[in-house]
Design a protein around this ligand. Structure first.
Ligand code: GSH
Length: 199
């Protein structure tokens, strides 16, 4: 499989998941200039008409999109790595966490990347402060959102990294959670491969 990514974008979640699962995958960096071009010189819109990362090209040639679907797809390729919860009551908590991160935190942060007006920025930040309190409640006193590490934590790591970038205040427990994830060897590998700081 081939993952189209941009450094520190939401594609970092599936990238971490690939490394956690120990899957064989190649990376292809997308340039987000006026044109969207892949590392190997193709027009990215020909691969994904939405022009967004993450985009996963399967070995069959099929193209899969949407971060939380890619995370589940990757986890399903290596069930023994237990990166998803697929049975029991926690299955629904797992899906709830993924959707919360996608719709409240990921898309809740997106406006800040578009250089919004001061008013829009303040409203976005206030909403995120509230949403990170909810994430803190979901984490509780556990090491990871579902107790064990899953791809939901890989996704949470990405948005918490953005929270740092945009100086959204989060609790000490969420900061410790971020550091716990960052210390994982697979996360360190993914950060290095994207040319990002590892500490
Ligand atoms: N619905 C997509 C959205 C992905 C998305 O927002 N990707 C961002 C990077 S984090 C992107 O590529 N933005 C460029 C654009 O949409 O034009 C998903 O959940 O995967």
């Amino acid at each position: 499989m081939k993952l189209y990514y941009a450094p520190a974008a939401c594609s970092l979640g599936p990238h971490i998941a690939i490394r956690e699962a120990g899957l064989d995958a190649t990376l292809n960096k997308v340039s987000f200039g006026k044109e969207r071009t892949t590392e190997d010189g193709r027009n990215f819109y020909d691969i994904n008409p939405q022009g967004a990362v993450p985009t996963l090209e399967l070995d069959s040639g099929e193209v899969l999109t949407e971060a939380q679907v890619l995370l589940q797809y990757i986890a399903a390729q290596k069930p023994e790595a237990k990166l998803a919860i697929t049975e029991g009551p926690d299955r629904w908590r797992f899906l709830e966490a993924l959707n919360f991160i996608a719709t409240e935190l990921h898309k809740g942060t997106s406006p800040l990347f578009r250089n919004p007006s001061d008013e829009a920025k303040a409203a976005t930040r206030a909403n995120l402060v509230n949403r990170y309190k909810l994430l803190e409640q979901k984490l509780g006193d556990k090491d990871y959102l579902l107790g064990q590490f899953t791809v939901a934590d890989a996704y949470a790591f990405v948005v918490l990294n953005w929270a740092r970038r945009f100086e959204i205040p989060v609790s000490a427990s969420l900061n410790a959670y971020f550091e716990r994830i960052r210390a994982r060897p697979a996360v360190q590998q993914a950060l290095k491969e994207e040319g990002l700081p590892t500490s």
